[in-house]
Design a protein around this ligand. Structure first.
Ligand code: ARG
Ligand code: MN
Ligand code: MN
Ligand code: MN
Length: 302
């Protein structure tokens, strides 16, 4: 298998400093070495940089020009990586960077489904799903700098796993459009294995699509991943997240994965260590690590 890593040191989709250090925190915790151990051909495509163009102001979206310029460059880089037939691993940065990738399984404590009108915070990391889906395009004003971004994703192709903090208008949209959403209650009721398979059968009933997973580290319980900007108690265990990713890997259709919202400025060194290690475990499971141990490569056994 071939993998391409992209770092997006971007923090302007929310208000806390530090999440821009996420890509390097995850790299420094040993991601590349750990993936190479899986016999993967790993190539680091470096970090995204960008120059914001001055645009008109949009109400309740203070850093739109930054989001627009950064996600546009990211989108081009993602295309480059895909052209080399590599699975794209995008390291955030905050969750607004997912506007530059296309995502199907959204693993998150939050729905990230606000528009600038419904958002209480004005933080773009609470808006990427609403920006990506065609059904919601009518609810947005014209966004300067975002013309490159066609909302090609249909809401039918999005499934949430792990929700436990959904704003009122987000819930309204989920119900109005019948978006597939498995919250922590469902994980409790059915177990993570069945939840993953129910989610996949809703968005990809014929098992023929390539899958994109957008993994917000805050989907995990803050006990397992404390260094993140909007933690919510009562989340997925690392074991559940690893199993989710093992099942995704078993489809052999994983095409792209985002790992976002790791903020090494939140909590002490131990918190950061827990969080970056959790991120690596999740990525390894997605890319084929098995808890049964790896096989001896062909030709080495006697
Ligand atoms: N719903 C809240 C908001 O709109 C929180 C969003 C948190 N998003 C995230 N990617 N962590 O501000
Ligand atoms: Mn998110
Ligand atoms: Mn979140
Ligand atoms: Mn299973």
């Amino acid at each position: 298998g071939k993998v391409g890593i992209i770092g997006v040191p971007f923090e302007k989709g929310q208000k806390k400093f530090g999440v821009e250090l996420g890509p390097d925190a995850i790299r420094n915790a040993g991601l590349l070495k750990d993936l190479t151990t899986l016999d993967l051909d790993v190539k680091d495509f470096g970090d995204i940089d960008y120059y914001p163009e001055t645009t008109g102001d949009i109400i309740n979206m203070p850093h739109l020009s930054h989001v627009a310029a950064c996600t546009k460059n990211l989108s081009n880089r993602v295309q480059e990586v895909m052209n080399e037939n590599r699975v794209v691993v995008t390291l955030g940065g905050d969750h607004s960077v997912s506007v530059g990738t296309i995502d199907v399984l959204w693993v998150d404590a939050h729905a990230d489904l606000n528009t600038n009108i419904t958002s209480n915070s004005g933080n773009v990391h609470g808006m990427p799903v609403a920006l990506l889906t065609s059904e919601l395009s009518d609810y947005w004003p014209h966004l300067p700098g975002m013309d490159w971004q066609k909302p090609m994703l249909s809401i039918r192709n999005v499934a949430y796993i792990g929700l436990r903090s959904v704003d009122r208008y987000e819930r309204l949209v989920i119900e109005k459009f019948g978006i597939t959403a498995f919250g922590m209650e469902d994980v409790e009721r059915y177990g993570i294995h069945d939840v993953v398979h129910m989610a996949l059968s809703r968005i990809d009933p014929h098992c023929n699509k390539s899958l994109h997973v957008s993994f917000d580290i805050d989907s995990l319980d803050p006990l397992e991943a404390p260094s993140t900007g909007t933690p919510v108690r009562g989340g997925l265990s690392l074991r559940e997240a690893i199993h989710l990713m093992e099942e995704v890997h078993r489809t052999h259709r994983l095409n792209a994965i985002d790992l976002v919202e790791v903020n090494p400025k939140i909590g002490d060194d131990n918190c950061v260590k827990l969080t970056t290690e959790a991120a690596i475990h999740v990525l390894q499971a997605a890319l084929g690590h098995t808890r049964r141990g790896l096989k001896v490569p062909a030709g080495i056994t006697d």
